[in-house]
Ligand binder design. Structure first.
Ligand code: ADA
Length: 557
């Protein structure tokens, strides 16, 4: 798996990325599949999205991926970084588990006698009850496949299952380290922590069959993580022969006097929304593309990127940690209707997904905001309890970061009291109104939020933008031209930069991306593409990119 550090040096890990056997099964139900009878007549890259390849473009159905791996004897853990968007994992033909949701890490465990094992993953990219988090009407194309890395971990009698690191005090260089473990039986084993290669502690600990070890330690040599100087440290935990390493930065995020603060200093978030989509790779983002995206964000002069509208690739977060970018990481969602949001099982499915998102994202210093449910019914009485539950879950899992959601219509919203940061999506000059009216519209939103009694909360304009067909201009500067998009975005940036009430801006959107096959949406999306990008789907800059860059850089974001 492509990461910027090695999570394990003691635990044996086999990387399963490569080219797997593949069969497209189509309109078949997973329960009806006999794994021994699958005719694997093709191959597919892992990570990859099968429906981003020419042979399977646009197909929705069941597919099967197969590889063979040498397993050790004892407990084996398969680690999937993301499968789109429902899957069943089979180990020598035996189902280990199902998973729905796409963009998050999950594991499947089994005891093995060792030797060669056939691993099959049934992957379904159809919409339906098995994947309650995905709906067809969302404004992006849901590609299917084993879209992120896969690895096999050989486990011993003691396992470190998670390592969480929180900064307690930047000034005192003090952190809290929590190690979640499981063990075959209670035992007393050695436990050690080291940071940046220097030992922090070494002791014997009495373990139960599962539990958490919590320690507070100081790392006097570490420097704070800031956007200008994003210093990182590597913490290594060893417990009873197993190990886990995580990178972190000494930094605290806060909310004070209606501003977001980083290490106590107010910071204005200036940047873009970003989808992890590409015409040739779908949701599977090659390392080269992620590196290029981060370069482009830095070139733009952005300090902020919102992961719209699902949890991001772990390598992208590593790169943002190194680049000093501030990330809004959010759970999957897009205008779920009230009936869907409140349907039995939906909140539970979201919670499982949120738990996975936080587990994978929590040690990244770049992640400064947790979000949920883009443009969902926060305007409805019925929806409010779901917001309450999901935001509550986020706070329970991580009290160190502010929580938010992007509201569809600030003027109708009923849930702003539930968040630390108020975020409003709004499209003046595009879906309504005109470009000269944008400053007044943004000020109206700010005044409304204040009048609701939230003047103490930071306000982010989380989406705003205009479509521009790449390369298209006309003499009138009409809608869909690069000229129009540039005029709109420069008006927005000029108004937001230095605004005393607005703490953040997420331009919609960094790159053009393919939209859903849903007809209603397609009719509003020339080329079948949401082309509100300031770069096109191959990341070629549009005119607006240069104009925004000039402004972001001048402001020194
Ligand atoms: C919404 C939504 C985005 C995108 C955008 C648009 O704000 O959150 O995902 O669909 O509108 O392009 O209309």
């Amino acid at each position: 798996m492509a990461r910027r550090f090695l999570p394990h040096v003691l635990r044996p890990v086999t990387d399963l990325d490569g080219v797997w056997d593949f069969a497209y099964l189509g309109e078949v139900e997973p329960d009806d599949v006999d794994p021994a009878a699958i005719a694997f007549d093709d191959v597919m890259a892992v990570p990859g999205c099968f429906d981003a390849t020419p042979a399977y473009a646009g197909r929705r159905g069941l597919a099967a991926y197969r590889t063979r791996v040498r397993a050790g004897a004892g407990l084996q853990r398969l680690v999937f970084e993301g499968v789109q968007h429902w899957c069943r994992v089979l180990w020598n033909g035996e189902p280990l588990r199902d998973h729905a949701g796409g963009f998050t890490r999950f594991t499947a465990e089994t005891r093995s006698e060792g030797g060669e094992v056939e691993l099959i993953v049934l992957v379904d990219n159809r919409f339906g009850e098995r994947s309650p988090l995905h709906l067809e009407h969302f404004d992006w194309y849901h590609f299917g496949g084993v879209s992120r890395s896969v690895a096999l971990h050989r486990l011993g009698p003691v396992r470190i299952d998670a390592l969480a690191i929180d900064t307690l005090s930047v000034a005192d260089r003090r952190i809290e380290v929590r190690v979640d473990y499981t063990a075959d039986a209670p035992a007393t084993v050695p436990f050690a922590l080291a940071c940046d290669g220097l030992p922090l502690l070494a002791e014997d600990v009495a373990l139960d069959t599962s539990g958490t070890l919590v320690r507070t330690v100081e790392i006097p040599w570490a420097a704070p993580w800031t956007t200008a100087d994003p210093r990182l440290s590597l913490l290594a935990a060893e417990l009873g022969g197993d190990d886990l390493r995580e990178r972190f930065g000494l930094r605290r995020i806060g909310v004070e006097d209606a501003r977001i603060t980083l290490n106590g200093e107010p910071v204005t978030l200036l940047g873009v929304n970003r989808h992890e989509l590409h015409p040739q790779f779908g949701h599977a983002q090659p390392a080269a593309l992620l590196v290029a995206d981060v370069q482009q964000l830095k070139d733009l002069g952005a300090n902020f990127v919102r992961g719209s509208h699902y949890p991001l690739d772990p390598l992208f977060l590593d790169l943002c940690d190194e680049a000093g970018l501030l990330v809004w990481e959010e759970s999957i969602g897009w205008q779920y209707p009230v009936e869907h949001l409140t349907a039995p099982g939906f909140a539970e499915a979201q919670i499982e997904h949120i738990d996975e998102m936080v587990a994978a994202g929590r040690n990244h210093p770049s992640v400064v905001l947790w979000g949920i449910l883009n443009e969902c019914p926060s305007w409805s009485e019925a929806g409010r309890p779901v917001y309450e539950r999901l935001l509550g879950r986020l706070r329970e899992l991580d009290a160190t970061r502010p929580v938010t959601y992007a509201s569809l219509n600030a003027f109708d919203d009923l849930c702003f009291d539930l968040v630390d940061v108020v975020s409003a999506n709004n499209y003046p000059g595009w879906y309504f109104g005109d470009v000269p009216g944008i400053p007044a519209q943004l000020d109206r939103i700010a005044a409304h939020v204040d009048a609701l009694g939230h003047a103490d909360k930071p306000l982010i304009v989380s989406e705003i933008g205009a479509g521009a067909v790449p390369g298209w201009n006309d003499a009138n500067g009409s809608l869909w031209t690069e000229d129009y998009q540039t005029a709109l975005l420069t008006t927005v940036v000029d108004h937001v930069v230095g605004h005393e009430r607005i703490s953040g801006l997420g331009i919609w959107v960094l790159g053009d991306f393919r939209t859903t096959e849903h007809r209603e949406m397609l009719l509003k999306r020339p080329r079948g593409v949401n082309d509100k990008g300031i770069v096109d789907e191959y990341r070629r800059p549009k005119q607006s990119f240069k104009a925004v860059r000039e402004r972001f850089r001048r402001h020194g974001a």
